[in-house]
Design a protein around this ligand. Structure first.
Ligand code: ADP
Ligand code: MN
Length: 495
C-alpha cells in the first residue's frame, strides 16, 4: 500500500501540466502588465483609456488602444527630451519627424505646443560643388576636367536630387559620396520605374478607398458599434455623395437607455475630407446656435458638427411628428438612424418614383403641411428640400438630409426657404398637381409672412430686406423680430 494514501482520482479535473501552464501564463501576464503599466499610465489624455465605455472585448481593439497609448507616451517623452536639448537656445532642433502620433492625428492637438518649422534641414550639408561650364578648373598640372572620376561621382550624387520626391535616396546627397556613372544610371532607371509603379499603386489605392468609402478611424468606429451589439451587420453602401457616405446595417439586440435599435439602420458617415465642406461654411457659421463654437474649431470638429446638427434637427422633426429617420446614435462624424425602406432596399427618392395623380396630390399636401410644421413647430428651414431629399415609403413622404437645415432667423434663412419653395412648387406643377401653389404663395403659406410682390425679383428683394431688418434688430436688441417668433400662426392648408 502506498504510504501517502490512495490518490483520489475523481477530484482531479485536469492534469498537473495543465495547471502548471495556466499558472505560468497567469504569472507571465501579471509580469507583463506590471512592466507595461508602472503605476503612471496617465501620461497623455488619450481618448481611449480615460474615455467612457471602454470596450475591452476585442483583442484587436485593445491592441490598437494600447498602441495609441504607447505612441502618445513615447511622444510625450520625446517632447521632454527636445525641450531639454534645446533649453532656451535660440537655435533649436525639432524632433517632430520622430513623433509616432502626428499632431494632426491627435484630437488633443490643439492644446499641444506648436512644433517648430525647420525650413533648412540642419543635418544637411551644402550641395557638393560641380565644375563650371567650361569643363575644367585649375591650372597647368592641377587641372581637373569634368571627366575626373571624383568630380563626376560627386556630380552624380547631387543629381539624385532630381529623382521623384518619393524615391528614398537617404542622406547620400549631403555626403561626400561618389557614384560611378554605371551605378548612377542604374539608380536613375530604377527611380524612374519606381515612380511609375507608385503612381499606378496610388491610383489603385484611391480606387479601393472609394469602394470601401471609409478611412481606418471610421472603420474602427463602425467596428466598435458592431462589437457593442448595437449593430448586427453592416451590409453595404447605399449612397456615396460629395459630403457623406450612407450604409445599410441590420440593428443589433443591445438596448441602450430605453432605446430599442430599429431592425434596419442607415449609417451616415460624414466625409472627413474637407474640401467639400468649405462651401457649406455659410450654413453653420451664421447659425447662432453654433456661433461661439465655430471660430475655435479645427476642420475635423466642424465636420462632427454637421453630424451633430443633423441629429438635433432630426430629433426636432421627430418630436413634431414629421416622418423622418429616427436617430439611433451619434458617434463623432457617424450618425446612425432608422432605415427608410425594407430588406436593404432604400425607399425611392420622390424624383425616382412614378406616383398616381392621386398619390401625387396627397404627397403635395403632405409636404405643404410638413414645411409648415418644420417652420412653426421645429423652427427650422430645410434648406436643401427637393425631390432628391424626399423618400416615398409606406404611402407617404419622408424628409431626410437635414444637416444643413437652419432656423428661419439665420441671416439667409428666408432665402433658403424661398429656394425650397421654388423646388417644391416646380416639382409638383410639372408633376401635374393643379392645386400646387406657386413658389411665392407657398413661401407665404409656410412662413406666415405676407410678402405681396407679384414677381420673383421684387419678392426676393423683400426677403432680403426682411433678413437685413432682422439682423439689425438682433444686433441692436439682442433678440429676434416678433414676426419670427412663433405667435403668428401660418394658415394650415389641407385637402
Ligand atoms: P447627402 O448629403 O449625401 O445627399 P443624404 O442624407 O441625402 O446625404 O443621403 C444620401 C442618400 O442615402 C439618400 O438619397 C437616400 O437614398 C439614402 N439615405 C439616407 N438616409 C437614409 C435612411 N435613413 N434610410 C434610407 N435611405 C437613406
Ligand atoms: Mn441628399
Amino acid at each position: 500500500q502506498c504510504p501517502w494514501g490512495a490518490p483520489n482520482t475523481a477530484s482531479i479535473s485536469c492534469s498537473l501540466a495543465d495547471v502548471m501552464s495556466e499558472q505560468l501564463a497567469k504569472e507571465l501576464q501579471l509580469e507583463e502588465e506590471n512592466a507595461a503599466f508602472p503605476e503612471a499610465v496617465a501620461v497623455a489624455e488619450g481618448p481611449f483609456i480615460t474615455g467612457e465605455n471602454i470596450d475591452t472585448s476585442s483583442d484587436l481593439m485593445l491592441a490598437q488602444m494600447l498602441q495609441m497609448e504607447f505612441d502618445r507616451e513615447y511622444d510625450a517623452q520625446l517632447r521632454r527630451e527636445e525641450k531639454k536639448i534645446n533649453g532656451d537656445s535660440k537655435v533649436s532642433i525639432s524632433f517632430e519627424n520622430y513623433r509616432k502620433v502626428h499632431p494632426y492625428d491627435s484630437d488633443s492637438s490643439e492644446d499641444e505646443v506648436d512644433w517648430q518649422d525647420t525650413p533648412h534641414d540642419p543635418y544637411r550639408a551644402d550641395k557638393p560643388t560641380t565644375t563650371p561650364r567650361k569643363g575644367f578648373i585649375g591650372k597647368g598640372k592641377d587641372i581637373t576636367t569634368k571627366h575626373d572620376e571624383v568630380v563626376c561621382g560627386r556630380k552624380n550624387t547631387a543629381r539624385m536630387e532630381n529623382f521623384a520626391p518619393e524615391f528614398q535616396v537617404g542622406d547620400g546627397i549631403g555626403m561626400d559620396l561618389k557614384l560611378s556613372n554605371q551605378v548612377f544610371n542604374a539608380l536613375k532607371q530604377h527611380a524612374y520605374s519606381e515612380e511609375r509603379r507608385s503612381a499606378r499603386l496610388h491610383e489603385k489605392k484611391e480606387h479601393s478607398t472609394a469602394e470601401k468609402a471609409v478611412d481606418p478611424k471610421t472603420r474602427l468606429l463602425l467596428y466598435k458599434m458592431v462589437n457593442a451589439g448595437m449593430l448586427e451587420t453592416i451590409t453595404g453602401c447605399i449612397s456615396t455623395g460629395k459630403e457623406s457616405v450612407v450604409f445599410h446595417a441590420y440593428g443589433g439586440k443591445s438596448v441602450t437607455e430605453d432605446k430599442v435599435i430599429p431592425p434596419e439602420c442607415a449609417i451616415k458617415v460624414f466625409k472627413t475630407t474637407l474640401n467639400e465642406f468649405k462651401n457649406r461654411d455659410k450654413y453653420i457659421k451664421d447659425d447662432y446656435r453654433f456661433k461661439d463654437r465655430f471660430s475655435k474649431l479645427n476642420p475635423r470638429k466642424i465636420i462632427r458638427m454637421w453630424a451633430e446638427k443633423e441629429m438635433h434637427n432630426l430629433t426636432r422633426m421627430q418630436n413634431a411628428g414629421i416622418p423622418c429617420p429616427q436617430v439611433v446614435i451619434l458617434k463623432k462624424h457617424v450618425l446612425v438612424m432608422s432605415f427608410i425602406g425594407q430588406d436593404q432596399v432604400p425607399a425611392p427618392k420622390l424624383k425616382d418614383v412614378t406616383l398616381s395623380s392621386e398619390d401625387m396630390k396627397k404627397a403635395y399636401y403632405q409636404i405643404l403641411n410638413m414645411m409648415q410644421q418644420l417652420y412653426k413647430e421645429c423652427n427650422l428651414v430645410h434648406a436643401d428640400l427637393s425631390e432628391y431629399n424626399m423618400l416615398w415609403h409606406d404611402g407617404k413622404v419622408w424628409l431626410i438630409d437635414v444637416s444643413q437645415s437652419v432656423e428661419p432667423t439665420h441671416p439667409h434663412g428666408l432665402e433658403f426657404l424661398f429656394r425650397d419653395c421654388r423646388n417644391v412648387s416646380q416639382f409638383f406643377q410639372k408633376g401635374g398637381v393643379a392645386e400646387a401653389l406657386n413658389e411665392r404663395e407657398l413661401f407665404n403659406a409656410v412662413s406666415g409672412l405676407n410678402i405681396t410682390a407679384d414677381n420673383e425679383v421684387d419678392f426676393q428683394a423683400e426677403i432680403e430686406a426682411l433678413e437685413k431688418m432682422n439682423e439689425d434688430h438682433v444686433q441692436n436688441h439682442g433678440k429676434k423680430l416678433p414676426m419670427f417668433s412663433s405667435n403668428g400662426d401660418p394658415p394650415i392648408y389641407d385637402e
